[in-house]
Design a protein around this ligand. Structure first.
Ligand code: A2P
Length: 304
């Protein structure tokens, strides 16, 4: 698998990043330090994960130079109003202790009203800013021009939503789409589309996420391939995904697993295809879809 992908901006994004979702403020500092000493140079963050300050402190303490690091963060749903974008980014920058991000992503293709979200945590859809993301996007473009963001992208966008955004006269187009990609939801059509549109996919929950990781790593296809090439099942999963041409963002707070997850091999073609066949030959199952939890009367992934 490749070590990095060169984006059309000219920047190279490392093909493995540390996932930090559901890593508590106490745990995440140790995870970041373990990752940086294991050779990770890419950390995937988000305003909403609530742990960016701990991540920033750990980076500072590690002594790794900022220019050697790839930092991604995400604009939360309640900050899509153009006047809220820069303050949200500034909060992230302050917490991470940096003056710029290598990548800033729209976290979800849904905007919600700041109130009642900030006082009660309740989600009320901001329909105009959800139906048309261009006003939010234009603000992001301004922040690129200001030097606070190097690259811009999106998360959890279906092809339809992405193409809707692309219909606008964009100054900078979204270069990545961070989506759920795993054995359970391998999304071959989205991957083929992304390649044809020169959009890089980033795999969140590549091991299947918290609830499925054990089951994933016990699947015969991964234990067999792991044995044949003398790697662990987790390395088989992550090698397969990287060989598909995507970035992987495995989350762990255990130093031994963090080390394990950055080591990938190039699988022989027949083993790569064996995993690909197994992954696409069962009905796909999306692991993460907060539409219901957020009280929406529509499916975020419904418009494909
Ligand atoms: P932990 O943080 O306790 O190590 P995903 O990245 O697909 O969301 O998966 C994350 C889940 O998988 C977390 O619960 C994490 O637990 C666990 N995990 C991450 N890497 C490994 C690994 N190499 N072996 C076993 N479990 C892992």
């Amino acid at each position: 698998p490749v070590d990095g992908y060169t984006l059309s901006s000219g920047d190279t994004i490392p093909s493995v990043g540390l996932g930090t979702w559901r890593a508590s403020g106490e745990d995440v500092g140790g995870a970041v330090k373990a990752a940086l000493s294991a050779g990770y140079r890419h950390i995937d963050c988000a305003w909403e994960y609530g742990n960016e300050e701990a991540i920033g402190n750990a980076i500072q303490q590690s002594g790794v130079r900022r220019e050697d690091l790839w930092l991604t963060s995400k604009l939360w749903n309640a900050s899509h109003s153009p006047e809220d974008v820069e303050p949200a980014l500034d909060e992230t920058l302050t917490r991470l202790g940096t003056s710029y991000l290598d990548m800033y992503l729209i976290h979800w293709p849904v905007a919600i009203l700041k109130e009642p979200y900030l006082t009660s945590g309740r989600f009320v859809v901001d329909k105009p800013l959800s139906d048309d993301m261009f006003p939010t996007w234009k603000k992001l473009e301004e922040l690129v021009d200001k030097g606070k963001i190097k690259n811009v992208g999106v998360c959890n966008f279906t092809i339809w939503r992405f193409e809707q955004l692309m219909k606008n006269p964009l100054k900078y187009r979204p270069l990545v789409n961070q989506v759920e990609l795993s054995y359970w939801n391998p999304q071959p059509n989205l991957l083929a589309w992304a390649k044809s549109r020169k959009v890089l996919l980033e795999a969140s929950s590549p091991l299947g996420g918290m609830r499925k990781v054990k089951e994933t790593l016990e699947l015969p296809v991964f234990t067999e391939v792991a044995k044949l090439v003398n790697i662990t099942p987790a390395q088989a999963v992550l090698s397969w995904l990287r060989q598909r041409g995507v970035v992987v963002l495995p989350k762990s707070t255990h130093p031994d697993r963090i080390k394990e997850n950055i080591q990938a091999v190039t699988l022989p073609q027949e083993l790569f295809e064996k995993i690909e066949r197994a992954a696409v030959s069962h009905p796909p199952k999306r692991m993460i879809n907060p539409s219901g939890k957020w009280g929406f009367n529509f499916d975020i992934f419904g418009l494909t």
